[in-house]
Design a protein around this ligand. Sequence first.
Ligand SMILES: [Zn+2]
Length: 271
Amino acid sequence: MPGPVLYVARVEPYRISDLNQFLSSIAKHPRVEITPIGKTAEGRELEIIRVGKADAPHGVFVRARAHPWEAGGNWVVQGLVRRLLQNDAEAEKFLGEYSLYVLPMTNKDGVALGRTRFNMRGKDLNRNWDQPADPELAPENHALEKWMDEMIKTGRRPHLALELHNDGNGMLHISRPPVVDIERHLARMNTFEQLLRKHTWFTEGSTKPTFRNSGTLGEGFLVRYGIDAAVHEFNCHWIAGLQQAPLGKHWEDYGANLATVFYEYLTQVQP
Ligand SMILES: [Zn+2]
């Protein structure tokens, strides 16, 4: 070891340099717009990638990497964006139905410093979504809220949102807050889950009917913005549907197939 520090990665790493390389590889594509939305606690720039037209009939929002050790989400969104940028009839069909908005790396400070969960002011960026974020303590979430307010004001409220994580189970976390129309939300999430099973290697299933995921982005987006949203975990140890340990390429494949899942979800549900 030439250096004084050893970092041990629990999943295949996806660094800020990997993100920057990815962003510069897509930045000039005519279907892509990359918009800075604010800065992290330590001043790193946060960006949203839009793939598709701003006036597409539907919008899908995906956020990755609120928790720095959970690199899986970055591989997923990379596969998803690349699929939508392929020059084929399917990609064109998908983007006729929706545009995709991705916040690819929420906790950049934590990623830069090899941290595990919190931002540099001690906040878990997948908590406290029941109320507006404190701009001092959670500037990463505040920036996202400002962006979302603008989207809603301009009539572009996303119709579906996913918050990507890694854990040891890999389930879809569907929360059940006491909102009007919760049954409709649960029916839609069931449709989404069935489509994941049909088009990807997803077999892990969703949380029990008593499950409540208070404070997460999934629940907060549903309660505060009326957006059908869920937290999607990816098992960091094992992919049951493939019978193997996950690598970045498996998550990229998953992301590529999510493009189809989103399309079929939106055409079936017509939110
Ligand atoms: Zn997490």
